[in-house]
Structure formats: C-alpha cells, structure tokens
Design a protein around this ligand. Structure first.
Ligand code: ZN
Length: 523
C-alpha cells in the first residue's frame, strides 16, 4: 500500500512509536492517545487562492508581511491559553501577478515557509507551470503539498502525499488534500499529461475510514470550490458534495471558488470554510476537543488590512527583508513602458465572460498579425485584467495574459470552420469558455451559427482558412474541440503576452475606438 508508506514518512517519531506499540496489543478498538477529560484547544488558520500576491497591493492591502503579523498575534494568543495552531492553505498559490509568475512563485513559497504553513492542497493553477517547476516548488516548500486524488498513471501512486498527520500531546489530527477534477481542462493539457484526477468522493470514502484509525480529527484541505446547496453547475462537484457523501470529515478548508464564507457552511456534520482570495483574509476556526467530541467555539474571517482606512496590521520586517529582493528583481524585469492607450480596454471578468470587448479584439488582432491567420478566437476566461488609459507597461501586458500560453494556428476547410465555430460560439456567458472572434463575423441564434464571413467574405466550404487560437483552447481547454491532433495544427511557440507586447510596440499609440467589437450578432 503506497498510501500508507508515503504517510508514514510524515509521522512524528512519537506518533509512530505510539501507533506501533498500540497495534501490538490493541487489535480491535481504535487506539486512543488523547488525555481523558482534558480540554484540547486547537485553532485552525487558513487561506486559499493566494495567486501570486506575496506583496501588498498599491493601497497597502494584503501581502504576506501583514499576514505574518496577524498570524504571529494569533499564535501568541492561542499559546497563552495553552492551545495549538495549524495553518493550512486551500491551494492555488500560483498565477496572477507578474512579479510572482516571472519567478515561478518562489517568493510565495518562501513566504509561506516563513509564515509556517503546515500543509496545503494542490490547486488547479499549480499546474500552470511545467511539471519540473511544480516539483521544484514542492522542494522549496517546507510543508507537505497534498493531493490524495492525483495519480501518476505510470506508477499508480499519488503524485503528492495524500495526507499528513499532526500530534498535540496525544491529540492526533489528519489533514488530507483533494483537488478539483476540472484541473486537466483548466490548464495547459501538457502539464497534466500522464495524471489521473480521481473523483474526490470516491477517494475520500476509502481514505477517511483509514484515517479514522489514526486520528481524532480529520481535516480535508481541498481545492474544489464551495457551491451553495451543492449546486455546482458546469463545474466539477465541490466541498458540499464531498461533505454530504463522505462521513467523518470534521472540517473542510476550501478554495477555488474564491468565496468569502463569513459563516462556516455545515453539511452532514462537516464544517466547510473558505477565506476568499489573495490573502485578503485569514480564516480562524477555534475548536475545543474533549473525550472524542469536537466543538467549534468560534469562527471568523479576519481581514488583512483590507478594510477602508489606515492599515492596522504592521508589515513584518523579516518578511519584508525576505521578499524585497524578489520584488526588486521583478520590477526591473517588467516595469518597462511598451506603449500608450487613449481609453480603457475592457478586460474585467464581468465584461469578457459576457460580451464582446475591445480588449479581446486587440488580442485577436495581435495573434493574427503575428501569425498571418485569417481569423482568431480568444476565450474570455483567458483575459485576466483590463488595460487602463495612459502608459502601458510590460507588467500590464502580463497581468492581462498571465498564463504563458502560446499562440497556435490551424488550417481548416470552410466546413471545418463552420463545425468548429458552431461548438465554440455557443459557449455560454458567465463562463471562461465564452468566445471572442476577430476576422470572423456571424450571427449566433437558436443554437446555430449563420451568415458566417471570414475576412468580410462569405465562407467558402472548399477553401482553407488559417485560425489563430491560444494553446490552452487548442488543447481542449474549456471543452473546446482538440485541434492538436489535426494535420494542419502548428504551435508557434510564441508566448501570448510577448505577442501582445510586440503588437503594442509596433502600434505604440493605441486608440481604443479602433478596436470596437462588431460583426458578431448574438440573438
Ligand atoms: Zn482554482
């Protein structure tokens, strides 16, 4: 049993000794190592979806230096009352801020080490980088990165430790990790090749009874999303589904849906918590354990300098010293001007997942200019920020396109173009799959695409057209048709942000009204 072997490595020497000696004379009943009639105080702190925010934002909000001040305060307070603290992450440390992305989240993992994280769940965005970088991150981390449901198809073993255990004067706590099965669709397919993402409910149903033999408290640190009433819609099932279908989990530390859950959601005896995103909050759950019973005494989300007014939490000096060199190095790399813009180009989530926008037009034109494609398709979920009027820096460009996808082209016959667009043009609003077009005009109505023109001319079924699209979508991301197996497919290897940067450098005075979206009619 590989699972057992991997977890044994993480046992403290004491716990291992106890479990070995207990096994020899206690075959039937689960061993008990906690002290009878002693009230144990356990405080679980948690964050999730950090997404590269190691540094405070421009307004002095968030950041790991203020987070450490807060965590230190709580640790001292809990210690003074004879309690213990666990600090857990619900995953997605990676992707979102160029300063972090350019350095492969090294500052973030170093910051987590200084904060003293005890474990983290693997998030889907941990797969935005190559496997090599992910494994480097696991080496940087002085805490286990957990995922019980990600299986390496070659070895049949979990890619990461499935769980870890902690022991506080006889009180034993197990923390397991679970990752959304949407991961292979939500990142570059190459990075999840050879991995199987098993259904969390199935994996946990087997693992929890095993953990119950060796722990008094079972925590799932997950990256699956909290969906109210378990209504997960087009997403993979999340924490509510897990809690309802698997007995015995005391607490789920969640992530992925980036919810501020100000009150824990209680399902089937399991508390589900989540602390919004970006280190805006630290979640704090105070438990008392007595003779096998676990009681949640208090729960709150504590803002990290996020409230209006003067920041109240000081920046921890040691953390600033650790992170400043990374910040400086990144600034040099990215704060270079590439062009100017007269009006905002729209890239907000509330825009690009709902309607055609001028920024999407500009991106598609940049991809077409670079590749000579006849038309271009861009998924709304790949656009991560707007471009504001005024100076455009490389940093701004990287914030719009942080994922490092490459631009691909595919040669398609007129009929293949119609078939392809009939799939992607019908992707719903309010989803990352929502498609933007340039060079292809059409009417989308009643589940059909009609009046299709390419480059202003009615599509010719026998002609061949060249389409540009990012590698994420070309590889089947967002359930777009997979183009990589087609004979006319070429991955240019040009990184999206660099293509955008080049386009702006070639057209350094961008006029927003020249990128007004038109030509696609949705009825
Ligand atoms: Zn996520």
């Amino acid at each position: 049993m590989s699972t057992v072997n991997r977890s044994l490595k993480l046992f403290t020497a004491t716990a291992l000794a106890i479990s070995v000696s207990a096994c020899s004379f206690l075959q039937q009943q689960p061993e008990v190592t906690y002290v009878k009639d002693q009230v144990y105080k356990l405080t679980v702190l948690h964050t999730n979806d950090h997404h590269g925010r190691f540094w405070q934002d421009r307004k002095g909000r968030w950041g790991m230096a203020a987070r450490l001040t807060l965590v230190n305060q709580i640790r001292e307070e809990v210690k003074a009352e004879g309690g213990n603290v666990l600090l857990l992450s619900g995953g997605d440390v990676n992707t979102g801020v160029p300063e972090s992305d350019l350095q492969e989240a090294e500052p973030d993992f170093m910051g987590m080490n200084m904060l003293g994280y005890d474990a983290m769940a693997i998030g889907n965005h941990e797969f935005d980088n190559s496997r090599e970088i992910l494994m480097q991150q696991e080496k940087w981390a002085k805490f286990p990165m957990l995922a019980a449901n990600i299986i390496d198809e070659k070895t049949g073993e979990t890619l990461f430790d499935p769980y870890t255990t902690f022991e506080f004067n006889g009180l034993r706590v197990a923390v397991m990790g679970l990752t959304t099965t949407d991961t292979p669709e939500q990142t570059n397919p190459e990075n999840t090749a050879g991995l199987e993402f098993r259904t969390p409910v199935d994996v946990a149903s087997k693992l929890v009874p095993e953990l119950e033999k060796k722990a008094d408290i079972i925590i799932a640190s997950t990256h699956m999303g909290h969906y109210k009433n378990g209504d997960y819609g087009v997403n993979a099932p999340g924490d509510v589904t897990l809690a309802r279908n698997v007995d015995g989990i005391d607490l789920i530390i969640g992530g992925h849906s980036q919810d501020p859950l100000f009150e824990p959601d209680q399902q089937n005896g399991t508390y589900i918590v989540q602390a919004h995103e970006w280190g805006k909050y630290v979640g704090r759950a105070d438990f008392e354990f007595l003779n096998g019973d676990l009681k949640l005494v208090d729960y709150k989300l504590i803002p990290v300098n996020g409230k209006k007014g003067k920041p109240t939490l000081a920046q921890n000096k040691e953390m600033l010293e650790l992170l400043k060199p990374y910040k400086d190095k990144a600034s040099e790399l990215i704060e270079v001007k590439v062009g100017e813009l007269d009006e905002r180009l729209q890239g907000e989530r509330s825009e690009v997942r709902f309607k055609p926008t001028n920024l999407a037009v500009l991106l598609n034109r940049a991809f077409m200019e670079k590749t000579g494609a006849d038309f271009s398709v861009m998924n709304g979920g790949g656009i991560r920020a707007s471009l504001d009027e005024g100076e455009i820096t490389y940093k701004d460009v990287l914030t719009v396109l942080p994922f490092g996808n490459t631009v691909t082209t595919t040669e398609l016959t007129g009929q293949e173009v119609i078939d392809y667009l009939t799939v992607v043009a019908l992707k719903p609003t309010n989803s990352g799959a929502y498609a933007h077009f340039e060079g292809a005009d059409m009417t989308i109505a009643n589940g059909k695409v009609s009046d299709l023109t390419i480059g202003g001319e009615t599509i010719d079924l026998n002609k061949t057209y060249k389409m540009a699209i990012l590698s994420f979508s070309a590889g089947g991301g967002d359930k777009y048709p997979n183009l990589k197996t087609k004979s006319g497919f070429v991955d240019t290897g040009f990184v999206d942000a660099d293509v955008l940067r080049e386009y702006i450098e070639n057209h350094p005075q961008i006029k927003a009204d020249q990128f007004a979206p038109e030509g696609v009619i949705r009825l």
